[in-house]
Design a protein around this ligand. Structure first.
Ligand code: ADP
Length: 220
């Protein structure tokens, strides 16, 4: 199986697709957002440094993210999904170096394309498990939990992320456009980019991703 980098606007569904891929194919899911939220929940030094930045919807410093990412790579064996990294050109260059050091070359980039209004609706309806991080959506029938407020998988409590409010979302989307969107051209040049339209159901998006992975869909 190919390793995957997800690039998408905030709340487009990277986490949901990553969880489906993890369950179906046994991928290691590396989410920089989850790594940071864990650091905050553990009350660690890094957590204290990043809390306000994340709540405002800005990017935390590349050096903090790089150290968390390197640690995550040290802890995994097998194929991985990168969800939330890279988010700017500097991080993409760092990642190229990490791949060179670790001799990783079987990587594709999947871009989930979603417009701002749809992404905003998903962010405002999103609820996540406090315990395992799985996300649900209170407005989307297929993504509702079986029992209100409770995670289907681990029975943890479902909460709203503090950055899933309208003001923070607008900032995150703008940061995405300014810093992350240029990565599409970067990976297109390297012939790694696959585009998936994300304004459909998570099942339909997942089907398309599976077709990319199995080679049934080979175009960009
Ligand atoms: P979403 O994709 O829905 O915006 P994430 O969970 O991926 O949510 O990220 C939440 C926040 O964590 C970001 O808004 C940012 O503050 C921080 N973050 C995550 N990944 C990175 C990264 N690679 N570089 C800098 N900041 C990051």
């Amino acid at each position: 199986m190919k390793n995957i980098i997800f690039i998408a606007p905030p709340a487009a569904g990277k986490g949901t697709q990553s969880a489906l891929l993890e369950d179906t194919y046994g991928y290691n899911h590396i989410s920089t957002g989850d790594l940071l939220r864990n650091a905050i929940n553990n009350g660690s030094e890094i957590g204290n440094q990043v809390k306000d930045i994340m709540e405002k919807g800005e990017l935390v410093s590349d050096s903090i993210i790089t150290s968390l990412l390197k640690e995550a790579f040290n802890n995994i064996k097998g194929n991985f999904i990168l969800d939330g990294y890279p988010r700017n050109i500097n991080q993409a260059n760092t990642l190229d170096n990490i791949f060179n050091e670790l001799n990783i070359n079987d990587v594709i980039v999947i871009y989930l394309n979603l417009n701002e209004a749809d992404a905003c609706n998903r962010a405002l309806g999103r609820i996540v498990c406090k315990n395992c991080g799985l996300s649900y959506n209170k407005y989307i029938e297929l993504l509702k939990p079986l029992n209100e407020g409770v995670c289907d998988k681990c029975h943890g409590e479902l909460i709203q992320r503090t950055d899933d409010n309208e003001i923070s979302f607008k900032n995150r989307f703008q940061t995405y456009l300014n810093e992350t969107n240029p990565l599409l051209e970067y990976y297109k040049q390297k012939d790694m980019l696959k585009i998936v339209e994300a304004n459909t159901s998570s099942d339909e998006i997942f089907e398309e991703i599976k077709q990319i992975l199995t080679g049934e869909r080979s175009n960009g």
